[in-house]
Ligand binder design. Structure first.
Ligand code: ACM
Length: 481
């Protein structure tokens, strides 16, 4: 099983689970679906789902008892029942499920995976498949990176140009960005609010919350290309960025830009019910603010120390608006240096020391250090690895990361630049996502044991059509981009 369960007691015999098994209790339809059972199965064999009042299981813990006659899953709520079903699914072998008793609770409340749909638009079917894979590994957050310099993917009714213009770019890099070659092929796509609502419901039924991210005030070139009044008048008109890397163009600090941000968050919160909303805040280049008379006026009127402090001004404005909508802002850790409001959660990406810095400052932190959780990094420095932004980040390093007991949780990142296709994405994501899943869910850590369980787990991924990287393969020839 991956992630490893908190306690496992083997029993005698086997429950020969087949398609006809009866399922009873709350959320029976989801359980049947996840296990591939007939909708009207009436035995032999029974799976009983039961809600119990056991505070020691928390919101997401469960117990699972398997006997030759069937399985019983007990939990305090829907989340625990679903994770119990996922464990049953993983325990199932060709002859059935071995009899056993399991008791299991997660280590962290936030067990996330970030998928970048800004650099490359990805079909909804891709996102659904990943929701399924996340749920199989007991991840409970899908963080969708919806906007960036290279594309805006979220339909906003109040500002239709964001997708009419901002969702398309003229071409994309071919090969590594440093080579300066382009593919000459337009790329684009966006998600309608209806598509995203459906995705949110699909994920919720599987225990996964979709946390949306809109990048403010940097990584915003696509928005500025669509709505030039968001940018700086002194700058040349911009197109949706076609190269990777960070744009120097950032949102201005006008009342109109602030109103735009509120419009976007209002519509975002109508589509995504998640308690947390990600507002970006990373890698904001101050060049334009430093020379803008409007920025100087804002610095003066808001009593700020200088143009760099406008990042904090943006952060507080966005967090205040989200608070009014009953939500909480989460931002990349760059925001920590700019006086974020107390209730802002921080995603610490710039290193393990940033996790500590956020904890010292008293904010909720999601540990996402690039040194351990950026799965877009190459796994090895072998000559056959596909083009990637950085690396190596071996499976063992990912598995070995312990974020400590005080964090809200941890998260894997899959930035999209060099992962344009499902095939490339799978290759970087798996099996390292298995390691993150275990680091986020399980309290103990045993690399040897994990490696043995991973070998037994890979056929399940094969059956689901996941094009994972074979563990310990030394970078055999692979198709380069
Ligand atoms: C980031 O990698 N810029 C959050």
């Amino acid at each position: 099983m991956i992630p490893q369960v908190a306690s496992f007691t083997p029993g005698e015999g086997l429950f020969p689970l087949d398609r006809r098994a009866r399922v009873t209790g709350p959320h029976a339809a989801t359980a049947r679906d996840l296990l591939g059972l007939a909708p009207d199965g009436d035995g032999p064999g029974e799976i009983v789902l039961r809600l119990v009042d056991d505070p020691s299981l928390g919101d997401e813990g469960y117990t699972l008892a398997v006997t030759p006659e069937g399985a019983t899953i007990a939990a305090a709520g829907a989340a625990g029942l679903r994770w119990g079903v996922q464990t049953l699914r993983q325990l199932r072998g060709p002859g059935g499920v071995p009899c056993c008793a399991v008791r299991d609770v997660p280590r962290y409340a936030w067990r996330g995976v970030m998928i970048d749909v800004a650099r490359w638009w990805r079909p909804v079917s891709f996102l659904r498949a990943y929701v399924d894979l996340l749920a199989l590994h007991k991840f409970n957050v899908l963080h969708l990176h919806l906007t960036d310099d290279q594309g805006w993917r979220f339909e906003v009714r109040a500002h239709p140009r964001l997708t009419a213009v901002g969702a398309q770019r003229a071409e994309s890099p071919a090969g590594h960005a440093r080579d300066g070659r382009f593919d000459g092929t337009p790329h684009g796509g966006f998600y309608t609010q209806r598509e995203l609502r459906d995705l949110v419901a699909y994920a919720a039924a599987r225990g996964v919350t979709v946390v949306p991210e809109i990048e403010f005030p940097g990584h915003s070139q696509a928005a500025i290309a669509a709505c030039p009044w968001l940018g700086h008048p002194a700058a040349e008109p911009v197109r949706v960025r076609t190269s990777w890397g960070i744009s120097t163009h950032v949102l201005n600090v006008s009342d109109r830009a602030a109103g735009f941000a509120r419009d976007v968050l209002d519509e975002l919160c109508e589509v995504f019910p998640s308690r947390f909303v990600h507002i970006g805040g990373d890698e904001v280049r101050g060049d334009e603010w430093a020379t803008s008379p409007e920025a100087a006026r804002r610095v003066a009127s808001a009593g700020l120390s200088g143009p760099a402090a406008l990042l904090g001004w943006w952060g507080r404005l966005l967090a205040d608006h989200l608070r009014g909508l009953g939500r909480r802002a989460v931002a990349w850790d760059d925001m920590l240096d700019h006086d974020p409001p107390e209730d802002m959660a921080i995603m610490a990406w710039r290193g393990v020391d940033r996790v500590e810095a956020v904890l010292r400052a008293g904010h909720d932190v999601v540990a996402a250090p690039h040194t351990h959780t950026y799965l877009d990094y190459a796994e090895s420095d072998g000559p056959g690895e596909p083009v990637s932004i950085a690396g190596p980040l071996p499976l063992e390093t990912v598995y070995g990361y312990d974020a400590g007991d005080r964090v809200l949780g941890m998260q894997a990142q899959l930035w999209g630049e060099y992962l344009p296709t499902r095939e490339r994405f799978d290759y970087n994501a798996f099996p390292r996502l298995c390691a993150v899943a275990e680091a986020a869910w399980s309290s103990g850590r045993d690399l040897g044991d994990f490696t043995r369980r991973l070998t037994a787990h890979l056929p399940l991924l094969d059956g689901l059509g996941v094009g994972y990287r074979r563990p310990h393969h030394e970078g055999a020839p692979h198709v380069h981009l």
